[in-house]
Design a protein around this ligand. Sequence first.
Ligand code: NAI
Length: 720
Amino acid sequence: MSAAAPGTESAFDVVNDNGIAVVTLDLPGSPVNTLGTAVSDEFAGVLDRLRDDGTVRAVVLISGKPDGFIAGADIEEFGALRTYEEAEALSRGGQAMMERVERFTKPIVAAIHGACLGGGYELALACRWRIATDHPRTQLGLPEVQLGVIPGAGGCVRLPRLIGARAALDIILTGKSERASKALRLGMVDEAVPPSILRAVAMAAAERFAAGESPRRTRKRGTSGALLDGNPLGRRLVYRAAERAVLKRTHGNYPAPLAALDVVRIGLEQGERAGFDAERRRFGALAVSDVSRRLVQIFFATTALKKDDGVGGPARPRPVARLGVVGSGLMGSGIAGTAALNAEADVRLRDSDLVRVGKGLKAATAILDQRLARRRLTRPQHARLAALLSGTGDYSGFGRTELVIEAVFEELGVKRQVVAELERVLRPDAVIASNTSSIPIARIADGAEHPERILGMHFFSPVEKMPLLEVIPHAGTSADAAATAVRFGRRMGKTVIVVADQPGFWVNRILAPYLNEAGTLIEEGVPIELIDRTMTRFGFPVGPIALLDEVGLDVAQKASRVMHAALGERLEPPGAVGTLVEKGRLGRKAGRGFYLYHEGHKTGPDERIYDILGVKAREDVSPTTVEQRLVYAMLNEAALAASEGVVRSARDGDIGAIYGIGFPPFRGGPLRMMDDLGPARVVEILNLLKLEFGDRFTPAPVLLDMLERGGTFHGPLSRL
Ligand code: NAI
């Protein structure tokens, strides 16, 4: 039985199997199921018919997609909401649908395989019984806060009632998802089964409930959790702890988790009705808030980048089954391990001697081991992926690779030497990528026999964790080679932006003046903690001084010298970093930099820094000044670099800053932030900073131009 009106393609298919109606959702023309208005309306019609069909005794709800149940609400629809009233009405509709499912006279069983997130999990929550497959692709959760909203179709009320306040807050306030085994322990689902028997087990459950059995849930919560959750006093402690954790994480920059906490509390303390009302109102307000809009824009930008080969024209990306990696140090081993894990490519790792190769292979395998330990890989999967990694002290095996990434020492001579060696052993159409952080790609390609197949692939450390990859074609790189690198980067799980072959590319370019300014503040005696705290409150995950320690002061020094030489006085590095490098204070790896470390753990800022630098510590600097100097150094450089064409679009620039540096997502990225402030305000502040602190704050010409002639970085008025 097809469920749609004649002439439209149906999302639902219903089969009556001996009185059990199996309802299969398979959204036509879409790789995943989402719950948009059209699907919801059709579902209402399906429920009407099931109610009226006397032969139907129970219902199984399942997905027709091979790897997904329901990924969530339709974000296109959500992104188009303009007013509070529209948003509140959307939530009202969702709540009504879930309530109908919950009260449906015939039992409904959710049979879940693949992503079951947001509205998808809220639907499952309204069902009588939830069965999930134990497959790694099965993920359950309520990720709404990641888009700046809260679950709006009853999730904030039903989940705490099902699994208790503490566990529910942990899921809702972080937006994290869980696999079936954990979901089962928490009580988020009732059964976990292998995919092959999902349908049969669901049918059997439906049959039992149809015969009058009522669901028996054994609460599997830990006793301490149950004790706290079970009484109002205990729950007060839970709420307070949750609030503290949220504030620590978000510094109050993200309103959604606190709103969700409120709604959960109201739902538990004042009853379901009050909970639903609060949920609807808070959802309505959040959905049209600036923070949510920014987060949704980032979501769309990231999705668009997944389909963009970054070459602006037709290209034939080469399929890569075998990857070569030269240099098995920190970066090479990280690239090798991540390529095996996510791209499932055969990886050949080379270094100049076998001892180093051995070390590199061990580090690469450790990435897989971590996944195994966290149960993100099964033993057989781990064994299969580990077998993809092999090593060599020469170039044996490289003749069969389609792409080679070099991560040898940061020296032009060494890189050129490696390119020359590769050109002798590789197939003529294999692509050669350099993971240089500061050498122009054109110089590495200069003198090569086939410069058109050479480009940059700039990864960030640690490779397995950092989500961004910059792909850098030089002027002579072929579109095919660039597209090959972009596609392979995506297979490695990275968000990829294609950037110009200019000093520092994009991320290090805008980072350099920011870190320089942090060093200058230190030289003026501004406390380390004040600087870092100001920037984490602004929304960065770590402050600039802590970041310098992480990157390594010697590495940062080398990069800033290159930038200074290439871009001029504006980027002159402060002496502080150099002085500390001379004293062997290289940052975390040396156990001391600006901070002190004990067994790898940061113990606190080192007060002796000011003596070492010969400056007097001062407390009289306002956080606003610190914030403006740091942020505007980065914004101004971003404006300048973007106008020089370092990124292809404002979208790429903002995504690069967010994923590469941790620029606060709720601010949308540096270019979006300037669009929001408007050129008048940005120029005004830069001029004030210039007056007080020097010419490095001279506003970028593009900003003055926008001020005079209008325009923005993003959108149809883009001046890029
Ligand atoms: P590393 O010193 O840990 O590793 C370099 C490896 O290359 C060593 O194992 C060395 O034996 C090997 N090597 C040197 N010459 C070789 C040759 N001719 N043939 C084969 N192997 C050779 O250095 P790291 O940190 O991994 O950096 C590698 C590259 O990645 C550099 O260009 C660096 O600028 C770049 N990079 C580093 C980042 C970082 O955070 N460390 C971030 C992004 C890029």
